[in-house]
Design a protein. Sequence first.
Length: 347
Amino acid sequence: MSVKKHKGIDFKFLKKDRAPIERRAVQLLFVLVILYIGIQFMGFVNSYTDPNATVLISRPAGVEAFLPISALVALKSWLVTGIFDTVHPAGLVILLLAMALSLVFKRSFCSWVCPIGTLSEGLAVVGRKLFGKNFVMPRWLDYPMRSIKYILLSFFIVFILIFMDGANAYGFLQTPYNMIADVKMLDFFKNMTGVGITVIVVLILLSVLFQNFWCRYLCPYGALMSLLSILSPWKIRRNADTCISCQKCTAVCPNQLKVAEAKNVWSPECSGCLNCVKSCPVKGTLEFSSPATHGKRFIFDPKRAAIAIILIWFMVVGLAKLTGHWETSIPPEMYKILIPQASQFNH
């Protein structure tokens, strides 16, 4: 039985998961960490809302990863006042860490660490199982759609980093609303309205049909990482002399980049996922490497990238804990007052 081909691409090849196993392992690690944090956080909230609770469960600081707006306000406050946020310090640490990773290893935070990115990839796999492929937006629609995430990012940049002064930023961080923003986030998902459920279902369906729909078109956090990644010294580099033009690198790129035609991939859409590196059949033709210095490049293959990302992430988190920039300064007595009244606080 013959195999269908289009522009030299084997369709059976496309149906297999072409992500490096090292990246899948890192993604799984962070998913397990997030699940643990989520379970502990729900226990924390329940222990403060249950009048019969005899033991107060400690709050996992890692939940602040899901408070990007608070972290951006904290960044503004820190830059202007020099005061590092003590309400949600882990949120600011995680934002700075994600930005640093993007400056060094492209948008590796999105493709290796972010649980939303992992979920989006999983939904795309479901789409390939159901339809044999993921659909692609026509170019005339893809370009304006991609601009949405940058427009959303611009909104937050303008109103927080530009228009909000240091005093107002610091003042917002001390409000009861911000103090329990994580609790209100949990309440939102526990008591979702019909509109909220509809939006999430639509996003899930679109992510099944179109690979990385949320990340590609709507995520302002990813837009920030994309812009920073342009400055990254590490890029996908192709050796045209050894390239056999099999197009497999282009076929497996989740961001629809024409890797097989580029000498160096500069695009901010490149997430450093290394799918193309793994799929290249000619050793040394595609590399995730730094610019040549004295004729030598520093290369990160999937194994090295996995080790580097894990070491950097947990070393920075460990340093933040040791220096007192991880746990919130909010005392249990304050949580006893605020959490039962969470529904009364609005921004």
